[in-house]
Design a protein around this ligand. Structure first.
Ligand SMILES: C[S@@+](CC[C@H](N)C(=O)[O-])C[C@H]1O[C@@H](n2cnc3c(N)ncnc32)[C@H](O)[C@@H]1O
Length: 172
């Protein structure tokens, strides 16, 4: 995911929402030094996130002091228009909240959705033509475009994860 995102989005602070261990934030900085820093936001940080960060900094000292972990709901995270918001496998409608937060800030955004929840995510009336999870992601892409974003729809290799649809957007 980081490689795909970096082909399109350079610079800006990386904001990894629902980031867990923040591996995506680390990879974004490692692949491209154009971003000075990253913030990993998760309402419950995994206990091993600090240890993993330590190990990664030991292996790549240029990460030192550039990644901050914040234990809070993504709804409370401050996002700026210059940020690059990334979120991998934000379950169900958490992905929609990531998109809403990024669009409200007019920030660039990249999401890799998972766990499509038919009760809380919008599949519209498309399920006669396509599987509901795809319909949910199609509507996400269309909504983002309607909010004045240029969008890119891609996938990452399915052997990394079967939940591999990648949606990227940048304000026009
Ligand atoms: C499936 S995990 C994905 C973690 C990581 N991004 C990855 O790809 O491995 C979803 C994460 O979202 C976090 N989460 C759930 N609700 C959240 C919220 N409202 N605000 C911030 N993080 C949240 C969970 O604690 C969990 O770490």
């Amino acid at each position: 995911m980081a490689r795909r995102v970096r082909r399109l989005f350079r610079g800006g602070r990386i904001v990894d929402l629902g980031g867990g261990h923040g591996l995506l934030a680390h990879a974004m900085l490692l692949l491209d030094d154009s971003s000075p820093a990253a913030i990993v936001v998760d309402q419950t940080l995994p206990p091993s996130s600090a240890r993993l960060h330590e190990v990664l900094v030991k292996a790549w000292p240029r990460l030192d002091g550039r990644i901050v972990f914040v234990e809070r709901a993504l709804e409370e995270a401050e996002i700026f228009s210059t940020d690059v918001v990334v979120s991998s496998h934000a379950c169900g409608d958490l992905t929609d909240r990531v998109l809403d937060r990024a669009a409200a800030a007019r920030a660039r955004v990249a999401i890799l959705p998972c766990c499509h929840d038919f009760a809380t995510c919008d599949a519209g009336d498309l399920s006669g033509w396509m599987a509901a999870p795809l319909a949910i992601d199609v509507l996400r892409a269309v909504r983002l475009e309607q909010q004045g974003y240029r969008i890119w729809t891609q996938t990452i290799p399915a052997d990394i994860t079967p939940k591999n649809r990648l949606l990227l957007g940048a304000p026009v």
